[in-house]
Write a protein of this length. Structure first.
Length: 92
């Protein structure tokens, strides 16, 4: 039983950490627009000499994809709903 309780405790810590991350992102302003911001920044960077690097381009695309997935997952909810859910999860 001890291992099962430790596993549940770890899962709860993970959920709490994700809730804190989402909560912090919400305070960062227009997080739902971040994929567009990243795309704009990366497009300008790609026009430079350092931007002509395949490993860098792969990392940039990964950042954009992750940002888009987060924005899409949270899109149906208002900022207030997200914040309230995060607070409830953190305090659970």
């Amino acid at each position: 039983m001890k291992t099962e309780n430790e596993s549940n405790a770890n899962e709860n810590k993970i959920i709490e950490s994700v809730a804190r991350l989402v909560s912090d992102i919400c305070f960062d302003g227009e997080f739902k627009s971040h994929p567009e911001y990243l795309t704009e920044i990366f497009e300008h960077l790609l026009e430079t000499e350092p931007g002509n690097s395949l490993p860098l381009r792969i990392k940039m695309l990964s950042c954009i994809r992750t940002s888009k997935m987060l924005a899409k997952a949270l899109e149906p909810f208002s900022d207030e709903e997200i914040q309230k859910a995060c607070v409830q999860m953190i305090n659970a």
